[in-house]
Design a protein around this ligand. Structure first.
Ligand SMILES: Nc1ncnc2c1ncn2[C@@H]1O[C@H](COP(=O)(O)OP(=O)(O)O)[C@@H](O)[C@H]1O
Ligand SMILES: [Mg+2]
Length: 1016
């Protein structure tokens, strides 16, 4: 019924608006504005919502036979844009088939060279890309779609399918909407029909296509059966995504009303039907246009229609025992027509029904054992005439009705015959598999399914490959072809990994591991455990991950591959180290050392030695650990093993930091990242920079620490470095009372650190959040966090990052009257100090003890706290020094030593002001006021000069000093590129063209006079 449509005026208008924005039929060149998602739910054909403006995707939904295809084709007939059509088939075919079939005409007509990535969809173009990129693929498809094709008329027929023929009776034209004048225009509409049957790869591509089409004169129209979208159907996910991105308009087709059915019948019969007859057909057809048509045709063909006085009625009564036979529904109507066929024609029809809605004529002829396809054979209007060797049923429902009527044994025989006929014709393996399965020939079905899975896998259609493999495995008898079965499971696990479905991957890999274990295949077993470990790691399941790595290492050893075993054990030990399980790390390293020795690889041996040294340092045996590390590093440098040396540099700096010597740690980190930079070890370099921020923080260089964190966050990709950068930046903000800036970083860091089991950052970010809660007056919350922190600490062997945290916590708990918790802090520090004997830990312990003594024994408290302040000060650790002084002042005040208290508070106040530690400064100020002293205005540590940031000022001071960008970068823990950026920005702000001019200008401004002791 081309151009003729009954009812559906509202849906037509909605479709036109969604596609063209205006009733012109021309796709806009650029889709204006931000298209908002629109939905036209139209039960009974009524619009419930409408919105103006085009969107890249329109989906038309409705029951089978509701008139979706008809509606879209009616609209497209009025459009002057180019149209490409594809239709998904009910039975599986080649990957991306629906899109590929639509695209082929455009590719054929394309003038220039085609993007190579298109081979992923169109295998005739060559090899598919090695790595999938949905965005690149979608962009390539769009580039083909918008290529102008001069002098080629708009194709009138669907690309892949035989056009659905008009009903085989003259239909009176019933124009539903005035066809707008077609105006010549560019642009293209991609019409994909029956998407409920499309492969998942095609559906996934739709979302990417919608993005790629943004701003291009390209629109996608899709139809799907709303009653055939079970839960978990890929189209649901894609639809949800398109809705969320506001790229979708949706039109739902409901049943036609009785008046519309009557109009349809008038068109089909050429005369207005008598009201009773129209009502009867309408109720049998449930308002479904396709059913209306079928019933109308069946009645007409039965010869029982009586044309009289300009109306048509049924000969005989409408109701009662001898009521006229009106078919019950579609199936009966179809069968009535099929019953008029001769036997050989009926066999052809049945074979065709088994072959599918659209089929290859020769294949059907061969499978039916017929001589030829009879000329003009339409099976009484059930089929369309054959064209280009292919034919189709009038409608998918026609095929379904014909198929349902075939007895099962014959059906099976026909499927088998079709499988055989298709196999000789290079048909899609997935289609051949469908026939084998329906014939219950599971052996050959399996083979075809595996071949189909490979075809899908090769073009990154992982979900389809997985579905196919699952079907193959479902029909795999136990114990048969075990090797091939394991290979299929292996592939299936890869599919799950590629789709990031790790829970599935883990299940499959376990099964695979069992299989390899039974067969005693150590090499593949080891690889399988490695994949398991990775899947667990990606899900944050560290215990299982470690178990899997251990299993991998054991299997590699058993397979005679000790080097591989060493790699896994090193990874385990590194993780155990991060998680502060140092004894376990050492045990693993013992095994790794044996592996490294067995394979004789120097790099592995040195990495083991280095990590061991690092863990020893973390356990408090700093001297021994650092010596081992130095030796390993020298050895790596002597043997020209740059990757190993880079790792060892980082481990060494970390070990020195853990020894408590922050000054030496700072230069070690600088040396480490310079080495990494010079040897292209970018990720390690970022890690060194990030780790150095803790040292900078401890030394009171908070501006610098924050600057480095920002650089790290801007460039670093590894979750490890990011967790450190975000955590330290958040901590600086927390200390400075800028909660709004700090909280998101702290939460972010805490989340990542927990996921990757990075104990240091779990603790540090918790501390920052605790500081924030305390500053906001949420003391209960802060106390909870503090206790959690203590509990977390107790489960680890952590002895370094907790050292500055615990004295702060002890003070907090004491001030809240939570003496038991303060004591717990002291006890934790006692354990650490005992194990490491590090001065920082000893000082921290003195502070915590002082806190526990403050209430009852102020003299002892004053001694402990004064001692702590002294020790911290000698170690050059300004924050804890100030904290201890402040609390020593409280003890002095309790003893009535006002002058001493004031002296201590003055010093603490000045230090807090220098650091910008707001809460500490305010506490000191309040306590000074209690002593009757007005605290002095804190000197702004950094007067703003010409709008230069403190970072830029740092850089420019070193420029004035004559340093090169590289030197400045190493001093300030930033890359030379970042230095250049800061210099350029400073030049602009100072309105100078050269560095020399800028230095002169800064000297005039007095900006270079005070170096403030900030140079590193
Ligand atoms: N609005 C309509 N007016 C007249 N005939 C219609 C209408 N909608 C559908 N039909 C007829 O019903 C049959 C089924 O429609 P179709 O668009 O193929 O349904 P669907 O695509 O929803 O399965 C077609 O033969 C078509 O001619
Ligand atoms: Mg359709």
């Amino acid at each position: 019924m081309d151009g003729l449509l009954v009812g559906r005026a509202a849906e037509c208008a909605a479709l036109r608006t969604a596609l063209f924005g205006a009733p012109s039929g021309v796709l806009p060149g650029v889709l204006p504005g931000a298209p908002s998602g629109a939905r036209w739910a139209a039960p009974g054909g009524r619009l419930t919502a409408a919105r103006a403006g085009p969107v890249p995707v329109v989906l038309v939904a409705g029951d089978a036979g509701a008139g979706k295809t008809t509606l879209v084709e009616h609209m497209l007939a009025t459009a002057s844009t180019r149209i490409l059509r594809g239709r998904a088939a009910a039975w599986a075919g080649r990957p991306y088939e629906v899109i590929a079939s639509a695209l082929r005409p455009a590719v054929r007509d394309a003038a220039g060279p085609l993007p190579a990535v298109l081979a992923q969809i169109l295998p005739e173009l060559g090899a598919p890309p090695a790595e999938p990129s949905p965005a690149a693929l979608a962009a390539a498809v769009c580039s083909v779609l918008v290529t102008p094709v001069p002098a080629i008329p708009v194709p009138a027929a669907p690309a892949s399918a035989i056009p659905v023929p008009a009903a085989p009776v003259p239909a009176a034209p019933v124009p539903a909407t005035p066809a707008p004048a077609a105006v010549a225009g560019d642009g293209l509409i991609l019409f994909l029909d029956d998407l409920q049957w499309a492969d998942e790869a095609s559906l996934d591509l739709l979302a990417a296509l919608a993005d790629a089409a943004d701003g291009l004169p390209v629109a996608l129209v899709g139809c799907y059966r709303s009653d055939e979208l079970p839960r978990g159907h890929r189209l649901r996910a894609v639809r949800a995504l398109l809705r969320r991105n506001r790229r979708l308009a949706e039109i739902e087709l409901g049943p036609l009303g009785d008046d519309d059915v009557k109009t349809m019948l008038a068109g089909l019969w050429g005369t207005v039907p008598q009201p009773g007859l129209a009502a009867l057909v309408a109720s049998r057809a449930d308002g479904l246009p396709f059913a209306v048509e079928e019933l109308a045709l069946a009645l007409r063909d039965s010869g029982r229609l009586a044309y009289r006085d300009g109306t048509v009625s049924l000969a005989g009564p409408l109701a009662g025992a001898d009521a006229a036979p009106v078919p019950e529904g579609i199936r009966e109507a179809v069968l009535l027509r099929a019953s008029r066929l001769a036997d050989d024609e009926r066999l052809l029809l049945e074979t065709a029904a088994v072959a599918g809605t659209e089929f290859d004529v020769d294949t059907v002829v061969a499978a039916a054992g017929a001589a030829a396809w009879p000329d003009g054979f339409t099976a009484s209007g059930l089929l369309a005439e054959a064209r280009d060797g292919r034919a189709a049923f009038r409608h998918p429902l026609t095929q379904e009705a014909a198929y349902a009527d075939i007895p099962w044994s014959r059906r099976r025989r026909l499927h088998r015959a079709l499988a055989a006929a298709l196999a000789g014709r290079d048909a899609a393996p997935a289609l051949i598999a469908t026939h084998h399965l329906a014939a219950r020939d599971f052996g050959p079905a399996r083979e075809a399914l595996i071949a189909a899975a490979e075809e899908h896998y090769a073009v990154h259609a992982y979900r389809d490959a997985a579905r196919t493999l699952r079907a193959a495995l479902e029909h795999w008898p136990a114990g048969e072809q075990e090797g091939s079965r394991l290979a299929a499971i292996d592939r299936l696990a890869r599919c799950a990994e590629m789709c990031s479905e790790y829970a599935d991957a883990v299940m499959l890999l376990r099964e695979l591991a069992d299989g390899y274990e039974r067969g005693g295949d150590h090499r593949p077993l080891a690889g399988c455990h490695r994949r398991l470990a990775l899947a667990h790691e990606l899900r944050g399941q560290w215990e299982s991950a470690l178990t899997a790595r251990e299993a991998a290492a054991a299997a590699f050893s058993a397979a005679g591959l000790p080097a591989e075993a060493a790699v896994d054990r090193l990874a385990m030990a590194a993780h155990l180290r991060s998680a502060a399980s140092f004894s376990a790390a050492l045990a693993t390293l013992d095994a790794a050392a044996a592996d490294a020795g067995a394979c004789g690889r120097a790099d592995l041996r040195l990495r083991v030695q280095g990590l061991r040294g690092n863990v020893l340092a973390r356990l408090g045996q700093a001297r021994e650990g650092i010596a081992a590390l130095r030796e390993a590093l020298d050895s790596a440098l002597a043997q020209s093993l740059p990757d190993t040396a880079a790792e060892l540099q980082q481990r060494l700096a970390d070990a020195i930091e853990h020894s408590g010597d922050y000054r030496a740690a700072k230069s070690a980190y600088a040396a480490a990242y310079q080495y990494c930079d010079a040897h292209g070890a970018d990720a390690l370099g970022e890690l060194c920079r990030a780790c150095a921020t803790w040292v900078l923080f401890a030394r009171g260089e908070w501006d610098r620490a924050a600057g480095v964190c920002q650089d790290v966050l801007a460039t670093a990709a590894t979750p490890h470095a990011r967790a450190v950068g975000a955590g330290l930046l958040g901590l600086v903000h927390a200390m400075r009372g800028t909660a709004r800036l700090g909280r998101p970083h702290l939460l972010d860091s805490h989340l990542t650190a927990t996921r990757i089991e990075l104990t240091s950052m779990e603790l540090i970010s918790s501390w920052g959040l605790c500081v924030l809660a305390d500053a906001a007056g949420a003391h209960g919350d802060a106390a909870d966090r503090g206790r959690q922190l203590l509990a977390r600490l107790a489960r680890t062997q952590e002895r370094h990052y907790s050292v500055p945290i615990l004295p702060w916590l002890a003070t907090f708990f004491t001030e809240q009257g939570l003496a038991a918790d303060a004591s717990a802090c002291a006890a934790a520090l006692a354990r650490i100090a005992e194990a490491t004997a590090q001065p920082e830990a000893v000082a921290a312990l003195a502070h915590a003890r002082g806190e526990t003594l403050l209430a009852g024994q102020p003299a002892a408290a004053a001694r402990e706290l004064g001692q702590a302040a002294e020790m911290f000060s000698r170690l050059d650790l300004p924050l804890p020094t100030a904290q201890s002084r402040r609390r020593a002042a409280a003890a002095a005040a309790a003893l009535g030593e006002r002058a001493r208290a004031r002296e201590l508070l003055d010093a603490a106040y000045a230090a807090a002001a220098r650091l910008g530690a707001r809460q500490l400064r305010e506490s000191c100020a309040a306590e000074l006021r209690e002593l009757g002293v007005k605290p002095g205005r804190p000197a702004s540590s950094r007067p703003a000069i010409s709008g230069l940031t403190s970072r830029e000022l740092d850089v420019m001071r070193l420029v004035a000093h004559g340093d090169t960008s590289r030197q400045i970068g190493s001093t300030l823990f930033i890359s030379p590129r970042t230095v250049e950026m800061h210099v350029n920005s400073s030049l602009q702000k100072l309105q100078c063209r050269t560095r020399a001019q800028a230095v002169r200008r800064l000297t005039e401004l007095g900006a270079l006079a005070d170096d403030n002791g900030r140079r590193g």
